[in-house]
Design a protein around this ligand. Structure first.
Ligand code: SF4
Length: 309
């Protein structure tokens, strides 16, 4: 078992070296590698069409290939996603085993993104991000009857020390921003909530929020942060998004999906999606690279603040 102290020192050492190589030596290293294991899902959410895709899940061997590709390109922080990654794999060759392989390979920080309906507590991930798009009526209207209660029950039973909520704000849940912050603050097993905006991957739809509305919501998020509610997004990033000055597609993330490597995300080349991108993780990475103190502290806080090591 590696001590947390030793692991944090390694993470800090890697981050410092990364910054030198990327900023001073101008090497095109990614800050994060994303691994998309599948496009299948056990839910059928209103805003998502991933489970209508026809790509075959990666096999375990193909997922290992993905890890090697990302590692060779310089990624040391890994984000495991889907589809729903926790329906992926077979007994003895699923996400838990893949995380073990990633650590053995040398990845220093591993996050998992899940809809929270299946057991996640056993995973040796440094952080687990669980999607909740509002309180029960709103979440269930977007994701299906009974889903909120199932997820909330798993969170209530969890012992994993580094659990976060992801909420993608859309026209159907704008009223849920403050209530969700307060709900998360009241859950002893949650450390915070990270907000995104709905991205029009499939064209402008009824859930889309234009920049003018996003700016108002960013004002609300900044106000909630000042009230010490557990909004994980940094103020620097939120202001960058409000100013619409973040570079996209971003070159700080590589994604291995469907046996191919993508820069930024699989929608790269979709100008409408990029212009209106609501994936706030990437402007956060740009703020980290610019050494904005609040963005660096937020990232280190959620990657190194908990974890099972
Ligand atoms: S929609 Fe465009 S900018 Fe947003 S994550 Fe995907 S490729 Fe990057």
């Amino acid at each position: 078992m590696i001590s947390r102290w030793y692991w944090r020192r390694r993470l800090l050492g890697w981050a410092a070296l990364f910054w030198l190589r990327r900023v001073i030596l101008r090497q095109p290293l990614p800050l994060i590698g994303g691994l998309v294991l599948n496009e299948s899902c056990n839910l059928n959410c209103r805003h998502c069409r991933v489970n209508r895709c026809t790509s075959a899940d990666l096999s375990f061997a193909e997922a290992l290939t993905g890890l090697r590709v990302l590692f060779r390109r310089g990624a040391r922080a890994l984000a495991i996603t889907g589809g729903e990654p926790l329906i992926w794999g077979t007994a003895g060759a699923g996400v838990a085993e893949l995380i073990r392989e990633a650590r053995a390979m040398g990845f220093l920080a591993v996050s998992v993104y899940t809809n929270g309906t299946l057991p996640f507590d056993h995973l040796d991930a440094d952080a687990i991000f669980i999607s909740l798009d509002g309180r029960e009526p709103c979440h269930d209207a977007l994701r299906g009857p009974g889903v909120f209660r199932k997820v909330a029950a798993r969170i209530a039973e969890a012992v994993h020390p580094n659990l976060f909520i992801n909420q993608a704000i859309n026209a159907g849940n704008v009223a849920e921003v403050e209530p969700m912050c307060r709900w998360v603050a009241a859950q002893p097993n949650l450390r915070g909530i990270f907000f995104y905006f709905h991205t029009p991957y499939y064209g402008i739809d009824e859930l889309f929020l234009p920049l003018s509305r996003r700016r108002e919501l960013i004002g609300e998020l900044l106000r909630l942060k000042r009230q010490n509610l557990p909004v994980v997004n940094s103020a620097s990033c939120l202001k960058l998004v409000a100013a619409d000055r973040w570079k996209r597609p971003a070159d700080l993330c590589l994604v291995y999906a469907d046996r191919k490597l993508f820069r930024c995300c699989r929608a790269v080349g979709n100008a409408l999606a990029c212009d209106n991108c609501g994936y706030l993780g990437y402007p956060e990475l740009q703020c980290i690279l610019q050494l904005r103190p609040d963005a660096v502290a937020a990232a280190f806080g959620y990657l190194a603040g908990g974890g099972k090591r």
